[in-house]
Design a protein around this ligand. Sequence first.
Ligand SMILES: [Zn+2]
Ligand SMILES: [Zn+2]
Length: 311
Amino acid sequence: MTLLQTTTTILICWVIFIIAWERILPYRKGLPFFREGFWVDLVWYTIIQSYVLKIVIFDYIINPVRLHFDWSGLQFFKSWSITEQVLFFVVTHDLYIYLFHRLQHASKLLWRIHEAHHSGKEVDFLAGSRSHVLEIIINQTIEFAPIVILGADPAVVPIKAMLDAMWGMFIHANINVKLGKLKFFFNSPELHLWHHANYREVFHANFSTKFALWDYLFGTIYDPGHKPGELRENWGLYYDYPKDYFLQHAFSVIRFDEKGLLKHNWFRHYYDLRPKLVNRIKILFGLRQAAKVVNMPPPLDADENLMSCNQ
Ligand SMILES: [Zn+2]
Ligand SMILES: [Zn+2]
């Protein structure tokens, strides 16, 4: 079995394990599996965006940079085992992520490429995948470029990518888990789900990804000992945010009122495109009677129409 096959198998097992854990011990009870935005997160962010950005980051950024800066000859990791190399990059990158994440919450400009991550009102194992294109390009270039340029073992990249995915799913998972004293060191849903809650107190807190240690060390921990609440307004952003992948990215450049734009025919055509397509697929697989989604909905119904197709 190749390394890639091994990491993929572990990842698939982890997904099944986390999904079962969410069903058995939910943090928020009654959160549906096919929650709002599930298909956008799965199809656009997890599959399409990840696939495209892997090519962009490695083939068009890191490899060309390596042609000019290749320090593998220094043999910096010559006497290091793969485990030691993975640990080194996990810890150093996690500290970077903490600092950059904190900066994103402090800077209006950088917030524009981070707000997508906070936009979900129903947070689960898949919610962590929702990250702006630029946020991923910046973070993953900074994450993987040193591994390649410094000449670490090639196995470090897939192993670290697997750990990122596993830890990302874990801290966003809707599971009621208490780490006890370990929570002072490792991050968990107990702390990170608060980071996705809609409260002023947590807007500048709980920035850690893998190690909660950073939040404790730098005084940005928020752990009130109770949950944020079950209501929709207790979660996500305090302002309206588009539900469509491309509109989410457009919103980071220019602010607009999604419902207001529905008075324009061209926008209503675009807005209807995905519900119509999903409806057709459902009809094709016999999941739904032919429904007339084609009739352009009035602005107030459009949101509901889109949401129903997310389920
Ligand atoms: Zn954040
Ligand atoms: Zn998150």
